[in-house]
Design a protein around this ligand. Structure first.
Ligand SMILES: [Zn+2]
Length: 145
């Protein structure tokens, strides 16, 4: 896979930042209180269009919300991608759950046995260290704004 080729299928991590605490309605999950700080969301795109169309979905304004994460779209800062066609989202969710300040229980994980697919970090440093570990393992190809 070429570095500039996002047509593949694979898993991704979305990094979000909220500049102040706020309550946000997340579909059927209800209204949740989000603290100021950083969030990491894990997902994967194995459908038609793969990662390219999924990332486009996440960074473009939308008229209707489909996934829990869609309700947080204005806060999206970066997307980290693994284009190796592996399903890594649940493994990442497990790893992030161990290092996160908090997990948002039930978020983005209706279809799996994870406790959550969204994790809160008071500081960005811990997340950056996690990104370095993923790069070392060649799990991540790129991160971009
Ligand atoms: Zn999962």
């Amino acid at each position: 896979m070429k570095k500039d080729d996002h047509d593949g299928k694979g898993s991704y991590i979305i990094v979000l930042y909220l500049d102040k605490s706020k309550k946000i309605q997340i579909g059927k999950l209800g209204q949740l209180k989000f603290k100021k700080g950083y969030y990491a969301y894990v997902g994967s795109a194995f459908g038609p269009g793969g990662l390219k169309s999924r990332i486009k979905h996440h960074i473009e304004p939308k008229k209707s919300y489909h996934w829990h994460i869609d309700y947080l779209d204005p806060a999206v800062k970066e997307v980290w991608v693994s284009g190796y066609g592996e399903r890594l989202e649940h493994e990442w969710a497990g790893l992030l759950g161990e290092i996160a300040s908090e997990k948002i229980i039930g978020f983005g994980c209706s279809d799996c046995s994870c406790e959550s697919h969204l994790f809160y970090f008071k500081s960005f440093r811990i997340l950056q260290n996690f990104q370095k570990v993923l790069f070392k393992k060649n799990m991540l190809l790129l991160g971009f704004d």
